[in-house]
Design a protein around this ligand. Sequence first.
Ligand SMILES: [Zn+2]
Ligand SMILES: [Zn+2]
Length: 439
Amino acid sequence: MDRGGEVTVGSWQPHAVQVVSSTWARDSHDLFDFEAHHLHTKTFSVLSSMVCVRNGTDVQMMREHTSMPVGSEPLLRLVQKDGYFWVDKVSPSSSSKKLWLVVRDSPPGGHNLAEGDVMKLGRFKFKVRQFGVHPGSQPELRLDDSGAVCCPEGKGHDDLSQTLCRICLLEGSTEEDPLITPCQCKGSIEFVHLGCLRHWIRGRLNLAENAGGGGPGIGSYFYRPLACELCKAFYPTYVSSSTSRSPLVEVPQTTPPFIVLENLVRDSQQHATRGLHVISLGEKVLKLGRGHESDVRIADVSISRCHAMIRFQRGHFVLEDNDSKFGTLVAMKKPRLLEPGKTVSIQMGRTVICLQVQPDHGFVGSPPLLSLPSSSHNERALRLALLTRGSTQRADVDPHNASTPPTPVGPAQTWAEGAVHQQTEAVSGENVEQPDPLD
Ligand SMILES: [Zn+2]
Ligand SMILES: [Zn+2]
């Protein structure tokens, strides 16, 4: 581990992190109202590893490994390691609160999406399934990663010469129009012609009409899996023949660049359908929102008329929030390094926390070289490196105050109503509580 040789740890003073928490007074579907006038806002200046907790609408910074007040909920960890600050969820377990990056506060120009990202608009989630950039690439229409393939029966076409298709009631199977068994039905309704099934699906999905108009580019459509009306089994995504594999549903050719977004639908959301939005972008912009002009339209009160946009720019798919009421978020997948001068905003339920490393005030030295794995492939190693085992190994808050007892640290100044953020001092161990003006 290279710790930057000539820099002695004693001369290096870590920067402080300014933490501004804003909590919406209402507790509704884990939403935060970015247009709300009454927010509970607090500003902290943090010099060492801390855990941020919320109790009702009150947010506090606590030292790690101290017991939390009853009824409080941990939100995030701020980890100071070798002079750098990282932000992460409180524990690696899935029960730990999810951290969501607030896109409207990301650097100008928007947030560069990656395949596998989960975005959240209002209370709706989408998974970025696929980017299509290169000529000739086509969407993978798999859901739940099954990508089931239906193969024509092992029997030859001759063996099926007396077998009836359940749709057209005609017998016979050919290479061009084989009899297949696409679902769990058995007996006299087991077999169906591929052509007959496709004809039935065409009538159900109206893909050709969707692809013609409305979409921003050529070959945009919404794909949803269909189930057999009798046995309720989902039809396979693909059908294979002796020579090739093709989608069971006859989808239009999509012109790259395109993006595939999956609706992540919970069973309780009846007004949304599980499926894939395939959208060709080209020079155009993909609009997500409640309005009729949207390419991905979501009819829900938590969605603004024009909520967010995705554009293809210099090889990237860029997500931008359009000042939406309930925000556009991207799930944070791994610990994030706080870079000096750059603000990171993170939402956890009804609280948004803005983090910014403060420029050092007359401190000497520069940070030791970063010795932590920053590769995106090494999330586990990164988490392990950031784990602390008790309070002993930490270089503490302020060397002149080394005797400060390891008690929970209150904010230097607790709250400021609305958008007014009070300037705070770098301080620890003091707790300047003020009464809640809403009481
Ligand atoms: Zn048939
Ligand atoms: Zn069936």
